[in-house]
Design a protein around this ligand. Structure first.
Ligand SMILES: [Zn+2]
Length: 109
């Protein structure tokens, strides 16, 4: 049976339209969310500086942490051009996530 035929059988079985099926699928999709690390008390962006270095290449030496729920990784992100500069090593991830307060990026920027 082709995937189309299989889908058609399922739609008929549960009395659904293709639009119902798409709606159900969308509801169960994991939405990509990035949260940024802020100071717990002030909710000000927790920033890091590379003294005498230029890790991004854009000229800025100032970056912050962003956690990505899809990749399950913390990224060091440039404050100026918002490029992901590096990935925090797995062994430091839990410890970093416990520090500060992680706020949705859309609320912070
Ligand atoms: Zn940059």
């Amino acid at each position: 049976m082709s995937i189309i035929e299989e889908l058609d059988v399922l739609l008929k079985k549960y009395n659904l339209t293709i639009y119902d099926a798409m709606k159900i699928y969308e509801m169960h999709q994991i939405k990509p969310i990035r949260v940024v690390k802020c100071h717990e008390d002030s909710e000000i962006l927790w920033q890091y500086y590379c003294v005498g270095q230029n890790p991004c290449g854009c000229g800025s030496n100032c970056y912050h942490y962003e956690y990505d729920n899809i990749d399950d990784e913390i990224y060091g992100v440039c404050n100026v051009c918002e490029k992901d500069i590096y990935v925090v090593k797995k062994e430091y991830k839990e410890e970093k996530l416990k520090e500060g307060k992680w706020i949705s990026k859309s609320l912070k920027f």
